[in-house]
Design a protein around this ligand. Structure first.
Ligand SMILES: [Cu+2]
Length: 357
């Protein structure tokens, strides 16, 4: 060990000792500060004038408002095998395409192929057809079995491509931005346009959910409250691994990937509770990070936002943003003025020098 390294080691030790001494001295002060804070809090609570309630009550929806959840098979077998009822325009359109175009086509084609198979098996077997035909090709049939499938694909492509475009529509500039962060293993909802607060959402214990009449393993302690009927810029982000944010009754599933933001426009038709789950295998408790969206009319959404710590309505955020902007403009003017006088002075100095020369 050379002398430099030895000296550094000594210095590090000294620094550690000094830090330890400071932290020891700081402990009683910290305790005192906490005591003062508690005293201040109680004195405010005891006072007559309370500007803001500590925890303003917000009336969350009860189980009667559940609009999107899976149906148990013993309750309704058909519904349990089918898509959930849709509550967005895109979802309704997609479900119509599935029910009115895809399923009838699949059904008709399957029946037709089954009929052809049975016909060949019974009409042209060895016993019924002792002398087989030696036809090797038939131009008319070949054209027909090429053109008809092409036409079928074209018929499907029209609604399919417009649905794709609908699902990728970008939100308008004034859409309300809400970001869903996937964590191992819960969700956090960030309200970026309403003051930037984050709501942490965990699965509700089964007994608690049953007591409240909510579906166990889907019910959560804090729902993602969103406005109804207005465009939402829904963003997803993975804080640790890849999760996926999906709500079947709102017809979307959006991956939450670390290091990138995924985004989609969401417009919910009517107020209600919509359940979903993490839809990407993300680790041990992947099956226990449900999603619950509570869609409320815009005024109720704004009231909820204000009940959150640091929560502000759009109007309040805009008012706050425009206030310091005026101050900035004034200081900029001042700076410009200061700059001008300096320039004038410099010009005078230069003039004087020229005269002297
Ligand atoms: Cu997950």
């Amino acid at each position: 060990m050379n002398f430099g390294a030895f000296a550094r080691k000594k210095l590090n030790l000294l620094a550690l000792m000094v830090m330890a001494a400071f932290s020891l001295a700081a402990v009683p002060q910290g305790a005192m500060a906490q005591e003062e804070a508690v005293q201040a809090a109680t004195s405010v609570a005891e006072g007559d004038v309370v500007t803001e309630p500590a925890a303003p009550g917000f009336d969350y929806y009860g189980p009667e408002m559940i609009k999107g959840q899976p149906t148990p098979s013993d309750e309704d077998l058909w519904a349990s095998m089918n898509f959930q009822a849709q509550h967005t325009e895109t979802g309704e359109y997609a479900l119509w395409m599935h029910d009115a175009i895809l399923i009838p086509m699949v059904f008709i084609i399957s029946i037709f192929v089954l009929f052809l198979l049975l016909w060949v098996m019974f009409r042209y077997n060895k016993r019924a057809n002792t002398v087989p035909s030696k036809t090797s090709h038939n131009t008319v049939i070949e054209v027909v079995w090429t053109v008809i499938p092409v036409l079928i694909l074209v018929v499907i492509a029209v609604p399919s491509i417009s649905l794709l475009a609908e699902q990728y529509k970008t939100p308008p500039e004034d859409a309300i931005t809400i970001k869903a962060n996937g964590y191992q293993w819960y969700w956090g909802y960030e309200y970026l346009d309403n003051g930037g607060f984050e709501v942490i959402s965990n699965m509700m214990p089964e007994s608690e959910a049953l007591d409240e009449g909510l579906p166990p393993q889907l019910a959560v302690d804090n729902r993602m409250v969103v406005p109804v009927g207005v465009p939402i810029r829904l963003q997803t982000f993975g804080a640790d691994v890849i999760h996926s944010f999906g709500i079947p009754s709102l017809w979307f599933k959006l991956d939450a990937v670390p290091g990138r933001i995924n985004e989609k426009m969401l417009i919910i038709d009517e107020p209600g509770i919509y359940y979903g789950q993490c839809m990407e295998l993300c680790g041990a408790r992947h099956g226990y990070m449900p999603i619950a969206i509570e869609a409320r009319p815009l005024d109720e959404y704004n009231a909820w936002v204000q009940s959150q710590p640091g929560g502000m309505t759009r109007a309040q955020v805009e008012a706050l943003e425009s206030a310091p902007a005026v101050e900035d403009a004034e200081s900029a003017e001042d700076a410009a003025e200061a700059g001008d006088t300096e320039a004038v002075e410099e010009a005078e100095v230069a003039d004087n020098a020229a005269e002297a020369a």
